[in-house]
Write a protein that binds this ligand. Sequence first.
Ligand code: SF4
Length: 202
Amino acid sequence: MINNYKEFKDFLNNLESKPKLLLHACCGPCSTHTIDLLNKYFDITIYYDNSNIDTLDEFNKRLEEVKKVVSNFENVKLVVGDYLPQTYYEAVKGDETLGEFSSRCYKCMALRMTNTYNYAEENGFDFYTTTLSISPYKNSDWINEIGYRLASSGSPQFLYSNFKKEEGYKKSIKMSIELALYRQHYCGCVFSKKELEEKQNG
Ligand code: SF4
């Protein structure tokens, strides 16, 4: 198990082949730097699975931006998970009003990472991970805890995730501007949209 970013970088530099990685992506901007960092080391397939997003229109809008990012890298593939918002509402039931950084987000991330793990297992990937940790609004410790727990049976392995390190978030913003990507102002769920509107209205 990798415990910190230094161990993660050492691990990357010691890879002798390009293992198959299923990389869960929440949106285009978060995919930019993450793919840029990992593409040299892995045979990457992006998994866009985000039933947390409030509407199908917004789900498709973010998906289009992911496609733009993927088209900028050679050999990166894309798989799209089903949009099943009911699974999100069931996962966060009881925690809807707790706000960002709460157990609502833990459960939301666990749902998407579980779907990613399952797809990776069913399709013979060596590793899986998620772009979610690039955001300063996401708790990387939670992401790594969920990731290693799901993969405790052995295969696929979880790839340590803390892509905000080495100015990862700043780099993702720079790349998003260069690619003229849509950068959403709310995390994704209907609750985060409402929370943003409340903040904006004072
Ligand atoms: S704020 Fe973001 S991470 Fe938290 S529940 Fe909503 S969509 Fe999921």
